[in-house]
Design a protein around this ligand. Structure first.
Ligand SMILES: [Zn+2]
Length: 524
């Protein structure tokens, strides 16, 4: 769980991307995927060897020229390497790359008669823009895109200006805070019904501009439900996780070529066609803090993005439907873990160097559901006040400069609590593709006035013992109950408790503190 060393080839620290594109012909038959563009990249050369390389997909990008502080360049496989002149006084270089995006479907740049959009996570930006396409190199982004006048065009950040001619408009979008390349996005369509308004954040009182781009065909009732909940959603999460940190709130609905349910693209969240769904919106919006403001350091840490987002769905359910709403959601999450493959660990260190396929990287049952369940169990171990305090500290320490955090960073923040077995807690839940499988049995013995409960617990899974607080709820026939607890540290434990009467019922883990488990062959 150590922070990985950045590989030698990752030697750029990009400050900004400024993209100029012409998308006019992409909106007319035969709706080609080709376009001409140029991107100005301002960056530092972190290893000072006057060589820098960027990610490109040679299948879809053809480099035409590299100008500015570039002496030479070559494209080799999936890299564009540039030999540099001298930097400016601040140690920065500026190059402008002219290129053509070829008329191919690259899986990230989508064109159909109704809409043009990009969707990049995890490594699709390089398909349509040369970039240092890794989650730890966050940079500013701006785009000037020429489109037909009938098109409404949206992207990250704020609309800086737009210039119209007779038949075309140049939209100029610009961010003022950095973003990871996988969160860059754009969408243009003549079928958007744009809706611009502001929401007021409770606490800070600030007004946040909102731009919603729904499609004409979207169900109005679902859209207006989401619009109506947005102010409360932001006030709730900003109260828990910090004031809304970006230029605007934005959502856009796409078409069937968008293969995800939603994608938390920074300040312009993408949703599937007509997907104005409360929990989906809460999930994507929670990524504002977990993923966008504070970004996973490498793809090995993707669970930090997705587990917190899925867990935030439960928090939103708690805010709207109380503790039963919360519990229903975490139980649903646990069921979804058991129903899935759940065959790999939550933390996969080698993903820092070799990005897996999206089926693994975004494996719902592990990266989302197991991770969210682990956060639920962590809350149980730490208690509410420490849990939320530590999450606040994690976000502040690593995210206040829009930075990155690793799994080790999160663990470090929780280890500062002094709760002794937290290190083991993270190890057992992160490193093994497993959950505890308990065999449990008990007997009661009556001797005179006293009743003794002999409780036996075995963990039969093929991994070291899971150290967890074991809770036993004893219910009596007079309606009273008693909670017995012990820290289960071994694979086999026998405990004896004296009870006030013969129990009517004995329930192991009644409050799902060990959410992911099997008990005598049964889950949940
Ligand atoms: Zn997500």
């Amino acid at each position: 769980l150590k922070n990985f060393k950045l590989s030698k080839s990752a030697n750029a620290d990009v400050i900004s991307y400024s993209l100029e594109t012409d998308f006019v012909k992409n909106f007319y038959p035969p709706y080609p995927h080709s376009f001409n563009a140029s991107v100005e990249i301002i960056f530092r050369d972190t290893d000072n060897d006057s060589l820098v390389s960027f990610n490109i997909n040679p299948f879809s990008i053809k480099i035409q020229s590299v100008e500015g502080d570039a002496l030479l360049y070559k494209t080799e496989g999936e890299r564009l390497t540039v030999k540099l002149k001298t930097p400016d006084k601040e140690g920065r270089y500026k190059i402008r790359i002219k290129y053509e995006h070829l008329n191919v479907e690259d899986g990230s740049f989508f064109v159909s008669p109704d809409i043009l959009f990009t969707n990049n996570a995890p490594e699709g930006t390089r398909n349509w823009m040369p970039s240092h396409d890794v989650p730890h190199d966050k940079a500013l982004f701006e785009i000037k895109a020429r489109v037909p006048r009938k098109i409404t065009f949206a992207s990250n950040g704020l609309l800086s200006d737009s210039a119209a001619s007779d038949s075309t408009v140049i939209y100029h979008w610009k961010t003022t805070v950095p973003l990871a390349t996988y969160l860059i996005t754009m969408a243009g369509s003549s079928e958007f019904l744009p809706d611009y308004f502001t929401v007021k954040e409770k606490g800070s009182g600030k007004e946040i501009p909102v731009r919603m781009y729904r499609k004409i065909s979207d169900d109005p009732a679902s859209y207006f439900f989401v619009k109506g909940m947005l102010e409360e959603l932001n006030s709730y999460f900003s109260h828990k996780f910090g004031s809304y940190p970006f230029e605007k709130i934005g959502f856009v609905t796409l078409n069937e070529k968008f293969i995800y349910g939603g994608m938390e693209n920074q300040t312009l969240i993408s949703l599937c066609d007509n997907c104005w769904n409360e929990i989906l919106v809460a999930h994507e919006f929670a990524h504002t803090w977990f993923g966008n403001k504070l970004t996973c350091l490498s793809w090995a840490d993707i669970w930090l993005n997705e587990s917190f987002a899925r867990y935030s769905e439960a928090l939103w359910s708690e805010a709207t439907n109380g503790s039963s709403g919360y519990l229903n959601h975490v139980l649903y999450t646990a069921q979804s873990y058991f129903d899935g493959k759940n065959s790999m660990p939550l933390y996969n260190g080698h993903w820092a160097f070799n990005t897996p396929g999206i089926d693994s990287l975004y494996d719902g049952s592990v990266i989302y559901d197991k991770g969210a369940a682990v956060l639920h169990m962590l809350r149980g171990v730490a208690g509410d006040s420490i849990f939320f305090n530590r999450i606040g500290e994690y976000l502040t320490r690593f995210g206040s400069d829009y930075g990155n955090a690793s799994t080790a960073d999160l663990i470090g923040v929780f280890n500062e609590t002094g709760i002794t077995y937290l290190d083991q807690f993270f190890k057992q839940w992160l490193l093994y593709p497993a959950h505890p499988r308990y065999k449990i049995s008990y007997n009661t013995f009556t001797a005179g006035d006293s009743v003794k409960l002999a409780f036996e617990l075995r963990q039969i899974q093929d991994t070291p013992p899971f150290i967890m607080d074991a809770e036993i709820l004893v219910k009596y026939s007079d309606g009273t109950e008693e909670l017995l607890t012990f820290l289960n540290e071994k694979k086999e434990e026998k405990k004896e408790f004296f009870l006030k009467a013969k129990p009517a019922k004995v329930i192991f883990d009644p409050y799902f503190r060990i959410l992911l488990k099997e008990v005598n062959g049964k889950t949940l």
